[in-house]
Design a protein around this ligand. Sequence first.
Ligand SMILES: Nc1ncnc2c1ncn2[C@@H]1O[C@H](COP(=O)(O)OP(=O)(O)OP(=O)(O)O)[C@@H](O)[C@H]1O
Ligand SMILES: [Mg+2]
Length: 258
Amino acid sequence: MTEVSVAKDDVPVTGDLVVLKSVNKHFGALHVLQDIDLTITRGEVVVVIGPSGSGKSTLCRAINRLETIDSGDISIDGKPLPQEGKALARLRADVGMVFQSFNLFAHKTVLENVMLGQIKVRKADKKVAEEKARALLDRVGVATQADKYPAQLSGGQQQRVAIARALAMDPKVMLFDEPTSALDPEMINEVLEVMQQLAREGMTMIVVTHEMGFARSAANRVVFMADGRIVEEAVPDQFFSNPRSDRAKDFLSKILHH
Ligand SMILES: Nc1ncnc2c1ncn2[C@@H]1O[C@H](COP(=O)(O)OP(=O)(O)OP(=O)(O)O)[C@@H](O)[C@H]1O
Ligand SMILES: [Mg+2]
């Protein structure tokens, strides 16, 4: 905890925004998350890296309660994850998620995609939702695409719309699970630049990515996972120049010199 003050509704405000304590998760015999302890403070950008199958996506999905956990606790902004119903819908809005595949609603226009959650979950007025959607589309550089359908956009444009859609809910934290790994190389930077900008503006972000340039320049901390465990955490410079564990050394040698 870095700071403690008291908000208007008497809920203590601390620097801790996402807190996982002793989180365990199995898929059958596979122990996919093993005693995960992780605290992300407000405004922090954490990059999660690790070999395929190490549990990175499961970790993200657990934070958004797209996966249940077997034991341990996860809280967002001091509150335990809700089990179901409206509280769960609000949680999903508080925790914006951007996946590898773009997951836009195919039969809605770009503008409608960014308006929908504001109206349904945040109960925003249609006019207000539209103005906000247009402003966000402008911010991610796709304002001119507002009336198109997702399939008419490039992958990089679709992913920027997905970011705008998540931002429209005023999330407390944004989760990105390999947001650029399905993109053609020339589109990766346009998405990373939007993410860099968000990071600079102080958004709290958890980012699973193999983009080590992004990790170096935008992350406050790198979390390295292997076999369902957090093996190592460090500031990017330290992690990349001087990894402590053999697993991390091995992983870095494979991704940095191929
Ligand atoms: N719904 C599921 N049912 C059973 N096993 C699953 C399920 N989802 C994931 N797994 C398994 O859990 C392990 C961790 O998967 P996860 O997708 O979290 O890994 P990851 O670190 O994101 O990998 P990648 O880098 O390939 O995306 C893998 O062995 C995977 O096969
Ligand atoms: Mg994954």
